[in-house]
Design a protein around this ligand. Structure first.
Ligand SMILES: [Ca+2]
Ligand SMILES: [Ca+2]
Ligand SMILES: [Ca+2]
Ligand SMILES: [Ca+2]
Length: 407
């Protein structure tokens, strides 16, 4: 990533230069910046946040434990500026159905592909037996402390598995078997030993610790106190790790990174009171985008005062929805079906281009290049909502898009 860093520095220097030339310095407005802590943190919390930030940016190499198999070498290499990632930094996952049962193909290196390896090791390839392959783009990771603190009770109240209210939208949680280091908290309501997943595009991770320990291992090949197993290449039958002593990141490092992500601020809104934006917001309700993209959720108690018992606006219900055949990659996690995805939070969607290199890529793999295309690819439970969008006048469509861009 050194190359990328120096590229970024070079680019910012050029911009600085252009800025001086045109006498218009272009420091980003605070309201456009995602990579910032929640403003109300205590001095101690802010210090922990900054320590976590440092670790989040840490570049691993062969001498610090990278691999033997890996995808990239730093959290920040995929989550640049904490914003939505680029299709060049996708994670590839695969699996297959054995009869009715989903098989993540662990004996063949599933579910995640590590397409890179340190010297002396072979990277993985996608086995020909895999029937489902998906490419997932990094989501923005701001405001996640709020999503983590939503009580299971509320998520279950939003679910409507039998579509009792007849609006064509069901919505179910993804039930996930917890890893052995998982600690249940008062807001969890397990069912048969499984917990509601809420992070990842299929809602495969129960909490931030689960998501981040998995990222260290599967994305970078970094062992932690929580998961001491290296990423072996089971495809070639090589069960030797690297030469770096395990754990390569200890529990306090991992907890600091969890705290960093947990205390990143909510994406700021822009042009909230613009008349077109306000009109677009009404349309968003009228064509029932809110049936899944629920505007307001509530948190339970949290050790971070700002997060505790507050209302916030992520535009998700954290539930899985059948999005129809077009978004079905034949791959899945937990109890989700292959056509089901967790409602993508829409907060910060208007800032996507800033972290995607000035272009926009929407939906789980970035296949949609405009917000309109993203909506047109909504099928399944969202088909009525899509039809509602199609029947809007050109002006109304623009207003709806202005609203999305203000989020
Ligand atoms: Ca390692
Ligand atoms: Ca693998
Ligand atoms: Ca319903
Ligand atoms: Ca090691």
């Amino acid at each position: 990533m050194n190359k990328q860093r120096s590229f970024l520095i070079a680019v910012s220097l050029i911009f600085l230069w252009i800025g001086c030339q045109s006498l218009l310095p272009t420091a980003p407005e605070a309201e456009d910046v995602l990579a910032e802590p929640i403003p109300e943190l205590t001095p101690q919390q802010l210090e922990n946040h900054l320590i976590g930030d440092e670790e989040f940016g840490r570049i691993f190499g062969e001498r610090s434990g990278l691999g033997p198999l890996f995808v990239s070498n730093a959290c920040e290499s995929c989550h640049i500026g904490d914003g939505k990632g680029h299709p060049l930094t996708t994670l590839t996952r695969f699996g297959r159905y054995l009869g009715a049962a989903w098989d993540p193909m662990r004996e063949q290196g599933g579910p995640q592909l590590q397409h890179r390896a340190i010297s002396g090791y072979d990277p993985e390839t996608i086995p020909s037996e895999a029937t489902g392959v998906t490419r997932l783009m990094p989501p923005a990771i701001t405001g996640l402390g709020y999503l983590e603190a939503v009580q299971d009770e509320l998520i279950l109240a939003l679910a409507d598995p039998e579509d009792a209210d007849g609006d064509g939208i069901s919505g179910v949680p993804n039930w996930i078997s917890p890893p052995d280091y998982f600690v249940e908290r008062p807001h969890h309501l397990p069912s048969n030993g499984q917990y509601i997943g809420r992070f990842g595009k299929k809602a495969g991770a129960i909490d931030l610790l689960h998501q981040i320990v998995t990222a260290y291992k599967e994305d970078m090949g970094i062992t932690t106190d929580f998961d001491m197993e290296e990423n072996y290449n089971v495809q070639t039958g090589v069960f030797t790790g690297d030469d770096v002593e395990d754990p390569e990141a200890n529990a306090s490092v991992v907890r600091n990174v969890v705290f960093y992500v947990k205390t990143l601020k909510i994406p700021p809104r822009r042009n909230k009171n613009d008349p077109d934006v306000l009109e677009g917001e009404q349309l968003f309700r009228r064509i029932n985008c809110v049936g899944c993209h629920v505007p307001t959720l509530l948190t339970g108690k949290s050790d971070v005062a700002a997060i505790s018992e507050s209302a916030f606006h992520p535009y998700t219900d954290l539930l899985l929805h059948d999005m129809g055949p077009e978004l079905d990659d034949g791959y899945t996690e937990g109890t989700a079906r292959t056509s089901e995805w967790r409602t993508a939070p829409l907060w910060g969607i208007g800032l996507a281009e800033d972290s995607q290199g000035g272009e926009a890529f929407y939906l789980h793999d970035g296949r949609a290049r405009t917000l309109e295309q993203a909506i047109q690819l909504h099928g399944g439970e969202a088909a009525d909502s899509r039809a509602g969008f199609t029947s809007l006048s050109a002006k109304e469509k623009e207003q709806l898009i202005s609203f999305l861009k203000s989020l």
